[in-house]
Design a binder for this molecule. Sequence first.
Ligand SMILES: Nc1ncnc2c1ncn2[C@@H]1O[C@H](COP(=O)(O)OP(=O)(O)OP(=O)(O)O)[C@@H](O)[C@H]1O
Ligand SMILES: C[C@H](N)[C@H](N)CCCCCC(=O)O
Ligand SMILES: [Mg+2]
Length: 242
Amino acid sequence: MGVVVITGTGTDVGKTVVTAALVAGALGADRTPAVVKPVQTGVGPGQPGDVDDVRRLAGPVTVRELARYPDPLAPATAAARSGLAETRPAEIVAAVAELARHHDPVFIEGAGGLLVRFDSVGTTLADIAVALAAPVVIVARAGLGTLNETALTSEALRARALTCLGVVIGEWPAEPDLAARHNLVDLPAAAGAPLLGVLPAGSGALSTSDFVLRAPDWLHPDLGGRAIDPAAGLLTTVGDRR
Ligand SMILES: Nc1ncnc2c1ncn2[C@@H]1O[C@H](COP(=O)(O)OP(=O)(O)OP(=O)(O)O)[C@@H](O)[C@H]1O
Ligand SMILES: C[C@H](N)[C@H](N)CCCCCC(=O)O
Ligand SMILES: [Mg+2]
């Protein structure tokens, strides 16, 4: 699998929970995953960041957080306000390359969506993916509005000749509305890539043992899971429109 970039259609879409599920799948398949969060914002010193959430859900796994800025903002802005040095892309690429010597896969979780700026030069997660020639997973919302957000993200990947492995829905509601149900069918078309996972709402609050046990059922084998069609059990509810 190598290095895989986990982006999202925005912030709070479930990238961290999805990353934890990917780690659980990889550990279950006797792989040696690691997770890099190049820049963590919105978290103060000593508070748990995204990589700590990954370990809380998926269990012990090698993680690296390269920089942290407390304001809940884009990394470039949060770095500028903090007065701390911003994080250079070469530093991120080098840290990932070093981890990839002993870990497979290495997941990189961005901050917010694909084109959020990491530094004052305008470096984005897309630039990091290009530098590492890494494929990308898009984490998307379930409901109304996700088709456009996902298509925009996918188009930005294509414009950079980046490979989109597929889309994962970060939080599938217990009672999906009409838009969410149809999005199971429409998201792959919007993305030009398959739907490779659906995480149920509440999965982020599971215990480690339950999360690890269940995670493979949310993901396609291409992402280390065992669900041939992650939407299969949910698709039966789409019938009421047609
Ligand atoms: N499947 C899920 N089950 C339960 N809670 C979820 C799920 N997906 C997301 N959440 C919750 O939604 C919020 C956002 O999730 P998450 O932190 O994974 O977003 P993110 O895309 O990683 O955001 P960021 O850009 O800050 O990294 C969190 O409060 C998380 O607990
Ligand atoms: C603070 C938040 N949870 C993320 N870490 C950063 C999200 C930046 C989003 C910027 C934007 O797209 O407007
Ligand atoms: Mg996150």
